[in-house]
Design a protein around this ligand. Sequence first.
Ligand code: THU
Length: 127
Amino acid sequence: MDPLIAAALEVRENAHAPFSKFKVGAAVEDGTGRIHTGCNVENATYGLTVCAERVAIFKAISEGARRFRRVAVAADTGVLTPPCGACRQILWEFCGDVEIVLSNLHGKTETFRLAELFPRPFDASFL
Ligand code: THU
């Protein structure tokens, strides 16, 4: 199995999702090949919940990683779970038009470019 998908599936098990019961794992491969992972972390306020993708990318940034090659997202759905709108914005900021691999627990995968999922983004080029 693709090690990036394996990492997303493995970290998904750490999800703190007592409210939605919807566990998500994400893994990002940086420019050196290192893999950084994250799971969703929910909060009783609901609104302070942080998605798996943002946990993974913020962990990576905090470790000093900068350029990113690929992002994998894993969830237990038949129609593969894509990053939410907020995560697409954050991924665009740090990864640009990166490859996004969606996967489920049964080996189904689909690959997109972020620009397909997030056309006409707002970014620093407008500032
Ligand atoms: N969630 C993610 O972590 N990533 C996604 O791509 C979609 C949604 C989380 C947020 C929340 O904890 C739960 O899934 C239900 O929305």
